[in-house]
Design a protein around this ligand. Sequence first.
Ligand SMILES: C[S@@+](CC[C@H](N)C(=O)[O-])C[C@H]1O[C@@H](n2cnc3c(N)ncnc32)[C@H](O)[C@@H]1O
Length: 213
Amino acid sequence: MGRLSSAQARAIDELGRAYMLMADRPFDAVSVFGRDAPLMLEIGFGSGTSLIAFAEANKHFNCLGMEVFQPSIANVLKAIHAKSLENVRIMDCDARSAVQQAFGPQSLSEIHIYFPDPWPKKRHHKRRLVNSEFVAELATRLCPDGVLRLATDDADYAKSMLAVCEAEARFENADGRGHFAPDTGTRPSTRFEQRGQALGNRIFDLVFMRIGA
Ligand SMILES: C[S@@+](CC[C@H](N)C(=O)[O-])C[C@H]1O[C@@H](n2cnc3c(N)ncnc32)[C@H](O)[C@@H]1O
C-alpha cells in the first residue's frame, strides 16, 4: 500500500529479505533472532522513530514492527540496515488480523501503539484500531506483567482508549483508574506527535499492565 519511489522499492527488495517477516504464520523468535528474549511489538510505527529508538536502547529485547504503509516500511528498513540493528524485524501487515496469526498467547512482553489514526468523525470511530475487540486480543497476547503503551493527541480517542482498556479485565491502569500516564520523557517524540503539538494538542499517554495468569 502507498506509492513507492524506486529507491524505496529497491530497499524492500534488497533489505526485506534480511529484515522482513511474513505475518501469516506463527512467529518463532529462535529461528528469527537466534535467541529467546522479551518481545516488543510496535503497531503502526510510521517513520519508525520509536521502534528504532527502543531497539537501540533495549538490545536485550527482540523487536517487531507492524505497518501497512510501504513507503514507511522501506524507510525504516534503510534505517535498520544503516544502524546494523540485529534485534528488529518488520511485518508488512494489517495488525488487526496479524497479531492473532503471528503470536501465541502470552508471547509478548510489550505492545506499543503511538498516535494511531484518530478517525475524528463520529461516523468513523468504528475504524479506530484501539477498540474493545482488539484490546482484548492484545491482552491475550501479552504475558503476565506485560505492558501496553498507547499515546494519542486526540482527546476524544484518549478518553475512549482509557475506557476500553479499563473495561478489559486483564488490564490494570499503571497510573491508577481514570488517569493518564505522566510525561516521563522516556518515549521519543514521533512525527505525528510533533504534528499534534504544532496544532496545540495535548499529548495523552496510557500505560496498562497485563494482570492475572
Ligand atoms: C497516524 S500514523 C502514526 C505513525 C507513528 N506511530 C507516529 O507516531 O508518528 C498511524 C500509522 O499506523 C499505520 N496503521 C494504520 N492501521 C494499521 C494497521 N491496521 N496495522 C498496521 N499499521 C497500521 C498507518 O499506516 C500509519 O503509519
